[in-house]
Every structure is written in structure tokens, then in C-alpha cells.
Design a protein around this ligand. Structure first.
Ligand SMILES: [Zn+2]
Length: 449
């Protein structure tokens, strides 16, 4: 079957069928969000404070943590104004870790919620829970921002990130052929051979869109230059999960002959902001998140000022996060985008970094792609940081939790050796706390080689 036919079938038959089978409202949400993106800023603000009122009243009534904490702060259950909101206490990562089930709504059973463990780019492990409606809304938000980059349902795509799913059964192979339609380059293993294999797959399937971690796409572009490959020509590139540095962006756009759409989000609240087709700052995803840019003293930052990013989730009732300090920094904006969308802009994200570590053979490993197999997979690791000062030695700075034992240590060493090889010495160093960067952020991996 021709690729074009399959794209049509995937969009108009397999994708709707999969939603119907899974009883998903994702397509309905996408339709609603495709319409609301053209609301003007005023309509959006009125709508958003309504959503926020709803989320706050719900959390106060049904989530033990907020009932107690906001009660103590004098909150009566109905939000009167933005000023009221800004007086409420922050939620920090430590609060989430300490709260146990206290942040889960009494209306949900934990086992009915979707569980996610995250290390983020900050090196602090968290367990999060999402309700189903929230998951579907987040899916729709990601799809809407994909469309800003030129993506459409059913399109063939290439994904550049760590630990890609392995299609080892017939069912998974079929799913990938008909629905996901994705080829992968594993950022855990970027070298000449894996890039060569990826190029071969690309030439067979001709993806039209690249999704990936920004720096990983850059590394791929570097390899393509080295190999003299110039025929990978997608229609769009979506860069996520890391800061997209300006020189890297220019290099990527030259290598693939198309624009990069930068996007900012996190596991905790999903999509926070995304560029549109104008690439003129990032539109805040106000449909789902309240985004505050705050100075150290908690006062709101001015447009153009580098500030702490604090987010409030408007859609997750299972485990609401309100005034949550992400640990990222960014710059708010008062510019208006010529595209006509009512979502305000932010200029850029300034504090998000995950260094690449090196293997003895010179190949690179994305720090963020190690999070899932170490920090969030091995019990008893509260925080960790990988520091590489010499090619053959990686120091793991570790803040141990109560569950940490000999087994955790050997599992950690085993995972890292399987990635970096036996020749690399893995040194584990227990520390009371991790060092922070000047921006007040933890870095998961630091490469000084
Ligand atoms: Zn725009």
C-alpha cells in the first residue's frame, strides 16, 4: 500500500476507531481547543479565572492537603481575586514527596488513577497521579501544538529520544504501522552505526515530522553532517524537554531545511507553552495551566525579566497541583503574536539543562534519558546527579532515602555499566544534598570532559 493511502486511513479510520475503542474524548477535546485558540485575550482571562475558581474550590473540598493547608492560611473555599490566589502558599517538590496520599482527591481511588514517576530534569524523584479526563485533555493539547508545527493525525514521524518502545509483538507492530507510525533513534545510543540505521529507515518510510529532545536532534544533525547525509527533509521539527540553544537551533534548521518549533512542558502539568508557526516566543497553554513568573520575594516579574516559573494545574482533579514551584526559570512577555491567538507569550525558558555524558568510544548519552532507568526505577534514590570529570569515571552523587540498600546500589551500578561499558568506573558518593546551579536548579548530569 502506498504511504499516502496509509496516512489517510490512519487519520480517518484507525485513529477514530482507536478512540472509540478506548472510549476517549480526545478528538472532541481537540476540536474544542482548536476553536478556543482564536478567543481574544480578554475572553481567555475571564474563562481562566472561572476555571481556576473551580479547581480551587474542588481542591479545598476534596483534597486533604489543601483543606488543611489553605484552611490554615485563611482560605474559605471560594477564590475572590487574583490577589487572593497570590497569597496562598507555594507547593514544593518536598511537599509532594512528604504528603503521601494527602494530595489525592477523596473522590478517586489511587488505583483508578494513572501513575507516573518522574525525575524531570531536576533530579528529584516524584510520584504523580492523573485522572483520565486530564490525560485525554493533555493529549489533545499536545496534538493542538503539534498542529502548529505542521503535524496532522496519521502523519509518519521520527522520534529522537531515550528508551523508545520496542515493537516485539505482532500487535505492537500493527499498532505502530497503523496508528503511531513512528521510527525511532534511541538517544541512549547515538553513534555512527545507529545514525546510519536510522537514515536507512528514514529513506524507506519518509517521515514528515521530527519529535525529539532539542540537544539530541542537534547531535543527530551533527552526525548527518559528518556522514554527508543531506536528504532528510521533514516538514517540521518539534523540540521538547530541554532548552533549545540558539546556535543549535540554527544548525538543526540548516541540516533539515525546515523550522524548529520549540515547546516547553513537564510531566507534572503537561504542556506549558509552545511556539506557533510564527516562532515568535511561546504561547502559554492557558487552557490547562496558570503560569506565574515570580521574583525571589514572590512578587510578579515584569515582561522581559528572568523569573521563577510557578504553575497551577486546572484540569487534574485526581491530584491537583496548585502554585507548584517547578524549579525552572523563564522570561514572561507582553508582546502580542501576529498569528492572532489569544494565548499570551513567554519569551523563553532560561533554566533547563541536561548535559550529555560521554562513553569511552566517544558516543554520547543524553542525561535525561537515564532518569527513567535509574532515579525513577530503583527504590530508595531520593535525588541523584551524574558527574563526569574523566572519560573513564562517572561519579554518582546520591541522596539516599529510607528504602536504599545494597541491592539498590548494585542495581544502579549495573544500569550505568550497561550504558557506559565495563571500562568505566562508577563511583557512588552519598551526599546530604545536591549542589544547585546559580539559577537555583539541580542538574541531573554534568559532563566536564
Ligand atoms: Zn502565535
Amino acid at each position: 500500500m502506498r504511504i499516502a493511502d496509509l496516512t489517510w486511513l490512519s487519520k480517518h479510520v484507525f485513529f477514530p476507531l482507536s478512540d472509540i475503542k478506548g472510549r476517549s474524548h480526545r478528538r472532541q477535546y481537540l476540536r474544542e481547543m482548536s476553536a478556543s485558540q482564536w478567543w481574544d485575550a480578554e475572553k481567555f482571562q475571564t474563562w481562566q479565572i472561572e476555571q481556576l475558581r473551580g479547581a480551587m474550590s474542588y481542591a479545598f473540598a476534596h483534597v486533604p492537603y489543601y483543606t488543611a493547608r489553605y484552611g490554615a492560611a485563611g482560605f474559605k473555599g471560594t477564590l475572590q481575586s487574583w490577589e487572593d490566589f497570590r497569597r496562598l502558599p507555594f507547593l514544593r517538590k518536598e511537599d509532594i514527596r512528604r504528603s503521601g496520599d494527602g494530595l489525592i482527591s477523596r473522590e478517586f481511588r489511587r488505583q483508578d488513577l494513572v501513575e507516573a514517576r518522574t525525575g524531570g530534569s531536576t533530579g528529584t524523584a516524584l510520584t504523580l497521579y492523573f485522572d483520565r479526563r486530564c490525560q485525554e485533555l493533555r493529549n489533545a493539547a499536545a496534538m493542538r501544538s503539534n498542529q502548529w508545527a505542521g503535524w496532522d493525525v496519521g502523519m509518519r514521524v521520527a522520534a529522537i529520544w531515550g528508551n523508545p518502545p520496542v515493537a516485539d509483538t505482532l500487535k505492537k507492530k500493527l499498532r505502530n504501522a497503523l496508528l503511531d507510525r513512528t521510527i525511532y533513534l534511541d538517544t541512549m545510543d547515538i553513534n555512527q552505526r545507529s545514525v546510519h540505521d536510522f537514515v536507512m529507515k528514514w529513506r524507506r518510510t519518509k517521515p514528515k515530522m521530527i519529535f525529539g529532545h532539542s540537544h539530541s536532534i542537534y547531535i543527530l544533525a551533527k552526525y548527518l553532517e559528518e556522514l554527508g547525509v543531506r536528504d532528510l527533509r521533514p516538514e517540521g521539527i518539534i523540540s521538547t524537554s530541554m532548552m533549545l540553544l540558539a546556535p543549535e537551533r540554527r544548525f538543526i534548521e540548516q541540516a533539515f531545511g525546515c523550522a524548529v518549533t520549540d515547546r516547553y512542558g513537564c510531566e507534572e502539568v503537561g504542556l506549558i507553552a509552545s511556539e506557533c508557526e510564527r516562532h515568535n516566543g511561546l504561547h502559554l497553554n492557558l487552557d490547562h495551566v496558570v503560569v506565574e513568573f515570580l521574583r525571589e520575594d514572590g512578587s510578579p516579574a515584569k515582561p522581559g525579566e528572568d523569573a521563577n516559573i510557578v504553575v497551577t494545574d486546572l484540569i487534574n482533579r485526581g491530584m491537583p497541583l496548585i502554585r507548584y514551584c517547578l524549579g525552572d526559570r523563564g522570561v514572561p512577555s507582553d508582546r502580542i503574536c501576529a498569528c492572532g491567538r489569544g494565548h499570551p507569550l513567554m519569551e523563553r525558558v532560561t533554566g533547563r539543562q541536561a548535559d550529555f555524558l560521554k562513553r569511552p568510544d566517544g558516543s554520547l548519552v543524553a542525561g535525561v534519558s537515564l532518569v527513567e532507568r535509574t532515579l525513577t526505577a530503583i527504590p530508595g534514590i531520593e535525588q541523584m546527579q551524574l558527574v563526569q570529570n574523566k572519560l573513564h569515571r562517572i561519579t554518582v552523587k546520591l541522596v539516599k532515602g529510607g528504602e536504599f540498600g545494597d541491592k539498590s546500589e548494585s542495581a544502579l551500578k549495573r544500569e550505568l555499566r550497561s550504558v557506559f561499558g565495563e571500562a568505566v568506573v562508577i563511583e557512588i558518593q552519598a551526599v546530604p544534598a545536591l549542589d544547585q546551579t546559580g539559577a537555583g536548579k539541580y542538574r541531573f548530569s554534568i559532563c566536564n570532559v
